[in-house]
Design a protein around this ligand. Structure first.
Ligand code: MRU
Length: 366
């Protein structure tokens, strides 16, 4: 399959299909999610991962989880939708797109029901079963809207991002913020894919991104599949490629950007940003406005997901690479301080410091 035919989440004839990214690069396999437990499990186990893709999965996931629920009244149905949204929201803590998408779904439902209440006051009561039917329709349409908007946002970020890059540049990236982390194209990989179509001939270096190897398994696979010149390096090689002059720009994604411009992204990102500053290399963070969280003042308030230590020393090896039961510290994300971020690329334009002022402007202009 061509790279852009591979979407992390597909919704076809009422079926929610999730690309099982834990099987990449070996197998391109879709699994069907049929209930809330399947959706929760797919997000928790990173079968679907990457902040925007998690948001898309949350939208469809909430819809498919509630559509068969039998309720007597619309209020009872709405209570079940909210309870299910709360449950799905516990699957991963750091990427704000999860709660953002779920809140958006609940909000459109509440707005629809408020409209029904107004109609009732004017003597136009709708039977409860019709209301429930329409609530389901509203939820499905909102999930599709989240999906479509993300695809458009990624394309726009690709164009803005490309305006900062020149043909032939060496580009370092960390983790995977590509087409399989979003609805399509990716955030920070969007300009690379676009550049590929337009003959930019970028030389991309992909950090392997320990411990779950999103750089090796996903970015190297995705860029390679699209014919991009990509070189895989271990995370601890970022400094040498920068020092050798092979890197002209660093591009990364984001899981949650606080109001002051501190950005949480895959563990290891902040170290790359600090190195980039030392070597005078621009560091660009790609952040769709759905990932900007103005309710979180600074990076210090972002909850960082902690994962099992086995991922560090056992999961990828035939035998354990450390003594069984060794103490470990395995945060899945870190926060890059805003001072290391040269620019934030959103779908609405490029944002420069002061981020506390300019992010609010762009977000509130939604
Ligand atoms: O743990 P993951 O694979 O979900 O982490 C993904 C990242 O950190 C991405 O860089 C981020 O979500 C942006 S994806 C466009």
């Amino acid at each position: 399959m061509k790279v852009f035919d591979i979407a992390p989440v597909k919704f076809i004839e009422g079926k929610m299909l999730i690309l099982d990214q834990t099987k990449l690069p070996g197998e391109e396999v879709y699994i069907e999610a049929i209930n809330k437990e399947d959706v929760w499990d797919a997000i928790y186990h990173l079968k679907v991962r990457g902040a925007p893709a998690i948001g898309v999965a949350a939208g469809y996931g909430l819809y498919i989880s509630v559509r068969d629920y039998q309720a007597e009244t619309a209020d009872e149905f709405a209570a079940y939708v909210k309870e299910t949204a709360d449950y799905l929201n516990t699957s991963r803590p750091t990427a704000v797109n999860l709660s953002w998408a779920l809140k958006r779904m609940v909000k459109v439902m509440e707005e629809y029901l408020a409209g029904c209440a107004d109609a009732l006051e004017m003597g136009e009561a709708l039977p409860e079963e019709r209301k429930i039917h329409w609530v389901k329709e509203v939820l499905r349409m909102e999930a599709e809207k989240i999906h479509k908007e993300d695809e458009e946002a990624c394309f726009a970020m690709g164009e803005y991002g490309l305006s900062l890059l020149k043909p032939g540049m060496g580009i370092l990236t960390h983790c995977n913020a590509g087409t399989i982390a979003t609805a399509k194209y990716g955030t920070c990989l969007a300009p690379i894919h676009l550049g590929q179509q337009r003959g930019y001939d970028f030389k991309v270096f992909a950090d392997e991104t320990r411990p779950l190897l999103q750089g090796a398994r996903l970015t190297a696979w995705e860029l390679n599949k699209n014919g991009v010149d990509v070189t895989l390096i271990c995370d601890n090689m970022a400094s040498i490629v920068m020092k050798k002059g092979l890197i002209d720009a660093v591009v990364v994604g984001c899981d949650r950007m606080a109001a002051n411009g501190d950005g949480a992204n895959k563990i290891g990102t902040s170290g790359v940003a600090i190195l980039a500053k030392e070597y005078g290399i621009p560091f660009y963070m790609y952040v769709p406005t759905s990932t900007i969280d103005l309710d979180t003042p600074t990076g210090a308030e972002i909850e960082i997901e902690q994962r099992k230590g086995e991922e560090i020393y056992k999961m990828w090896y035939e035998k354990p690479m450390a003594p069984e039961g060794i103490k470990t510290f395995n945060p899945a994300f870190d926060v890059t301080d805003n001072k290391y971020i040269t620019a934030v690329i959103t779908e609405k334009g490029i944002v420069y410091p002061p981020y506390d002022v300019n992010l609010r402007k762009i977000k509130e202009n939604e």
